[in-house]
Design a protein around this ligand. Sequence first.
Ligand code: ADP
Ligand code: MG
Ligand code: MG
Length: 206
Amino acid sequence: MANKTKELFLKTADVIIENKNYLTELDAAIGDGDHGVNLARGFKKLKDKLENGSFESRSEVFKLTAMTLISNVGGASGPLYGTAFLNISKVIADSRLDLEDLVEISEEAIAGIQKRGRAEAGEKTMLDTLIPASESLKESRDNNLDLDTALKNCLQAAAAGMENTIEMQATKGRASYLGERSIGHQDPGATSSYLIIETFIKNSLK
Ligand code: ADP
Ligand code: MG
Ligand code: MG
Protein backbone atom coordinates (compact mmCIF):
# COMPACT_ATOMS: atom_id res chain seq x y z
CA MET A 1 0.00 0.00 0.00
CA ALA A 2 2.95 2.38 0.53
CA ASN A 3 3.61 2.69 -3.22
CA LYS A 4 -0.04 3.30 -4.09
CA THR A 5 -0.18 6.00 -1.42
CA LYS A 6 3.02 7.56 -2.72
CA GLU A 7 1.47 7.69 -6.22
CA LEU A 8 -1.70 9.19 -4.78
CA PHE A 9 0.23 12.03 -3.11
CA LEU A 10 2.35 12.64 -6.22
CA LYS A 11 -0.92 13.04 -8.13
CA THR A 12 -2.35 15.30 -5.40
CA ALA A 13 0.79 17.44 -5.53
CA ASP A 14 0.38 17.83 -9.31
CA VAL A 15 -3.26 18.87 -8.93
CA ILE A 16 -2.39 21.50 -6.32
CA ILE A 17 0.54 22.79 -8.39
CA GLU A 18 -1.71 22.97 -11.51
CA ASN A 19 -4.26 24.98 -9.49
CA LYS A 20 -1.73 27.29 -7.86
CA ASN A 21 -2.91 30.42 -9.70
CA TYR A 22 -6.60 29.64 -9.25
CA LEU A 23 -6.22 29.14 -5.48
CA THR A 24 -4.12 32.26 -5.20
CA GLU A 25 -6.71 34.32 -7.08
CA LEU A 26 -9.45 33.10 -4.73
CA ASP A 27 -7.29 34.11 -1.77
CA ALA A 28 -6.51 37.51 -3.34
CA ALA A 29 -10.24 38.33 -3.19
CA ILE A 30 -10.74 37.71 0.53
CA GLY A 31 -7.30 37.03 2.04
CA ASP A 32 -3.69 37.87 1.25
CA GLY A 33 -3.38 36.13 -2.11
CA ASP A 34 -0.97 33.36 -1.18
CA HIS A 35 -2.99 30.17 -0.69
CA GLY A 36 -1.95 28.60 -4.01
CA VAL A 37 1.64 29.75 -3.58
CA ASN A 38 1.75 28.40 -0.02
CA LEU A 39 0.35 24.99 -0.90
CA ALA A 40 2.32 24.64 -4.14
CA ARG A 41 5.55 25.31 -2.21
CA GLY A 42 4.74 22.55 0.30
CA PHE A 43 3.56 20.03 -2.29
CA LYS A 44 6.59 20.67 -4.53
CA LYS A 45 8.82 19.86 -1.57
CA LEU A 46 6.70 16.77 -0.88
CA LYS A 47 7.15 15.60 -4.49
CA ASP A 48 10.95 15.79 -4.09
CA LYS A 49 10.82 13.80 -0.86
CA LEU A 50 8.43 11.18 -2.25
CA GLU A 51 10.38 10.72 -5.47
CA ASN A 52 13.63 10.25 -3.57
CA GLY A 53 12.34 8.07 -0.74
CA SER A 54 11.14 4.55 -0.20
CA PHE A 55 8.35 3.81 2.20
CA GLU A 56 7.18 0.83 4.23
CA SER A 57 3.57 1.72 4.89
CA ARG A 58 0.69 3.96 3.97
CA SER A 59 0.97 5.58 7.40
CA GLU A 60 4.58 6.56 6.77
CA VAL A 61 3.60 8.41 3.56
CA PHE A 62 0.84 10.30 5.40
CA LYS A 63 3.28 11.23 8.16
CA LEU A 64 5.89 12.51 5.72
CA THR A 65 3.18 14.55 3.98
CA ALA A 66 2.08 16.03 7.30
CA MET A 67 5.58 16.99 8.39
CA THR A 68 6.46 18.43 4.99
CA LEU A 69 3.33 20.59 4.86
CA ILE A 70 3.74 21.78 8.45
CA SER A 71 7.30 22.93 7.85
CA ASN A 72 7.04 24.23 4.27
CA VAL A 73 3.62 25.82 3.82
CA GLY A 74 3.60 29.35 5.21
CA GLY A 75 0.20 30.52 6.39
CA ALA A 76 -2.71 29.05 8.27
CA SER A 77 -3.38 26.22 5.85
CA GLY A 78 -0.02 24.41 6.30
CA PRO A 79 -0.36 23.47 9.98
CA LEU A 80 -4.08 22.75 9.49
CA TYR A 81 -3.58 20.31 6.60
CA GLY A 82 -0.47 18.98 8.32
CA THR A 83 -2.38 18.15 11.48
CA ALA A 84 -5.12 16.51 9.44
CA PHE A 85 -2.67 14.23 7.62
CA LEU A 86 -0.76 13.53 10.85
CA ASN A 87 -3.97 12.41 12.56
CA ILE A 88 -4.78 10.17 9.60
CA SER A 89 -1.29 8.63 9.77
CA LYS A 90 -2.06 7.52 13.35
CA VAL A 91 -5.16 5.52 12.40
CA ILE A 92 -4.82 4.44 8.77
CA ALA A 93 -4.34 0.72 8.20
CA ASP A 94 -2.17 -0.82 5.55
CA SER A 95 -4.91 -3.06 4.20
CA ARG A 96 -7.76 -2.23 1.83
CA LEU A 97 -10.03 0.42 3.37
CA ASP A 98 -13.78 0.00 3.77
CA LEU A 99 -16.43 2.65 4.35
CA GLU A 100 -16.07 2.44 8.13
CA ASP A 101 -12.33 3.16 7.77
CA LEU A 102 -13.03 6.16 5.57
CA VAL A 103 -15.49 7.54 8.13
CA GLU A 104 -12.85 7.21 10.84
CA ILE A 105 -10.16 8.82 8.70
CA SER A 106 -12.34 11.78 7.78
CA GLU A 107 -13.32 12.32 11.41
CA GLU A 108 -9.69 12.20 12.55
CA ALA A 109 -8.69 14.74 9.90
CA ILE A 110 -11.48 17.12 10.93
CA ALA A 111 -10.71 16.69 14.63
CA GLY A 112 -7.09 17.70 13.98
CA ILE A 113 -8.10 20.80 12.03
CA GLN A 114 -10.62 21.81 14.70
CA LYS A 115 -8.20 21.25 17.56
CA ARG A 116 -5.73 23.62 15.95
CA GLY A 117 -8.00 26.14 14.26
CA ARG A 118 -11.01 26.19 16.60
CA ALA A 119 -13.45 26.67 13.70
CA GLU A 120 -16.90 25.14 13.29
CA ALA A 121 -19.01 24.46 10.21
CA GLY A 122 -20.36 27.62 8.58
CA GLU A 123 -17.36 29.88 9.25
CA LYS A 124 -16.23 29.84 5.58
CA THR A 125 -13.17 27.61 5.85
CA MET A 126 -11.82 24.31 4.52
CA LEU A 127 -14.09 22.63 7.10
CA ASP A 128 -17.13 23.62 5.03
CA THR A 129 -15.96 21.17 2.38
CA LEU A 130 -14.57 18.54 4.75
CA ILE A 131 -17.46 18.31 7.24
CA PRO A 132 -20.21 17.71 4.60
CA ALA A 133 -17.93 15.16 2.90
CA SER A 134 -17.46 13.30 6.18
CA GLU A 135 -21.19 13.53 7.03
CA SER A 136 -21.99 12.05 3.63
CA LEU A 137 -19.69 9.09 4.29
CA LYS A 138 -21.41 8.52 7.64
CA GLU A 139 -24.84 8.65 6.04
CA SER A 140 -23.76 6.15 3.38
CA ARG A 141 -22.38 3.84 6.06
CA ASP A 142 -25.59 4.06 8.09
CA ASN A 143 -27.60 3.22 4.96
CA ASN A 144 -25.28 0.35 3.99
CA LEU A 145 -24.48 1.85 0.59
CA ASP A 146 -21.73 0.27 -1.47
CA LEU A 147 -18.33 1.96 -1.47
CA ASP A 148 -18.47 3.33 -5.03
CA THR A 149 -21.85 4.98 -4.45
CA ALA A 150 -20.62 6.31 -1.11
CA LEU A 151 -17.57 7.89 -2.76
CA LYS A 152 -19.70 9.42 -5.51
CA ASN A 153 -22.04 10.93 -2.90
CA CYS A 154 -19.08 12.13 -0.86
CA LEU A 155 -17.62 13.98 -3.84
CA GLN A 156 -20.97 15.65 -4.52
CA ALA A 157 -21.28 16.70 -0.87
CA ALA A 158 -17.76 18.14 -0.94
CA ALA A 159 -18.56 20.14 -4.10
CA ALA A 160 -21.79 21.48 -2.61
CA GLY A 161 -19.96 22.37 0.60
CA MET A 162 -17.30 24.26 -1.31
CA GLU A 163 -19.92 26.16 -3.32
CA ASN A 164 -21.90 27.00 -0.20
CA THR A 165 -18.91 28.97 1.13
CA ILE A 166 -19.67 31.65 -1.50
CA GLU A 167 -22.68 32.88 0.48
CA MET A 168 -21.02 32.57 3.90
CA GLN A 169 -19.49 35.37 5.91
CA ALA A 170 -16.03 34.43 7.16
CA THR A 171 -15.64 34.42 10.93
CA LYS A 172 -12.26 32.62 11.10
CA GLY A 173 -8.95 33.24 9.37
CA ARG A 174 -7.85 36.29 7.43
CA ALA A 175 -11.09 36.55 5.42
CA SER A 176 -12.92 37.35 8.68
CA TYR A 177 -11.19 40.78 8.69
CA LEU A 178 -13.41 41.68 5.74
CA GLY A 179 -16.64 41.08 7.65
CA GLU A 180 -19.62 41.22 5.29
CA ARG A 181 -17.35 41.92 2.33
CA SER A 182 -16.20 38.30 2.50
CA ILE A 183 -19.67 37.27 1.25
CA GLY A 184 -19.86 36.46 -2.47
CA HIS A 185 -16.48 34.74 -2.80
CA GLN A 186 -15.62 31.05 -2.66
CA ASP A 187 -13.22 30.19 0.15
CA PRO A 188 -9.73 29.23 -1.07
CA GLY A 189 -9.19 26.58 1.62
CA ALA A 190 -12.59 25.02 0.92
CA THR A 191 -11.51 24.87 -2.72
CA SER A 192 -8.14 23.20 -2.07
CA SER A 193 -9.91 20.71 0.22
CA TYR A 194 -12.30 19.88 -2.61
CA LEU A 195 -9.38 19.35 -5.00
CA ILE A 196 -7.67 17.01 -2.51
CA ILE A 197 -10.87 15.00 -1.92
CA GLU A 198 -11.54 14.81 -5.65
CA THR A 199 -8.04 13.51 -6.30
CA PHE A 200 -8.32 10.97 -3.48
CA ILE A 201 -11.67 9.70 -4.75
CA LYS A 202 -10.77 9.63 -8.44
CA ASN A 203 -7.55 7.77 -7.68
CA SER A 204 -9.43 5.68 -5.16
CA LEU A 205 -7.87 5.70 -1.73
CA LYS A 206 -9.08 2.24 -0.92
P1 ADP B 1 -3.16 32.60 5.39
O1 ADP B 1 -4.58 32.99 5.62
O2 ADP B 1 -2.38 32.55 6.64
O3 ADP B 1 -2.52 33.42 4.29
P2 ADP B 1 -3.67 30.45 3.47
O4 ADP B 1 -3.98 31.53 2.51
O5 ADP B 1 -2.67 29.43 3.01
O6 ADP B 1 -3.20 31.05 4.86
O7 ADP B 1 -4.99 29.64 3.85
C1 ADP B 1 -6.23 30.29 3.97
C2 ADP B 1 -7.32 29.26 4.20
O8 ADP B 1 -7.13 28.61 5.44
C3 ADP B 1 -8.71 29.84 4.27
O9 ADP B 1 -9.29 29.97 2.98
C4 ADP B 1 -9.47 28.86 5.16
O10 ADP B 1 -10.13 27.86 4.40
C5 ADP B 1 -8.38 28.20 5.96
N1 ADP B 1 -8.45 28.59 7.37
C6 ADP B 1 -8.02 29.75 7.93
N2 ADP B 1 -8.22 29.74 9.26
C7 ADP B 1 -8.82 28.54 9.55
C8 ADP B 1 -9.29 27.91 10.77
N3 ADP B 1 -9.17 28.50 11.95
N4 ADP B 1 -9.84 26.67 10.65
C9 ADP B 1 -9.95 26.06 9.46
N5 ADP B 1 -9.51 26.59 8.29
C10 ADP B 1 -8.97 27.82 8.34
MG1 MG C 1 -3.56 33.50 2.41
MG1 MG D 1 -0.63 34.33 4.15
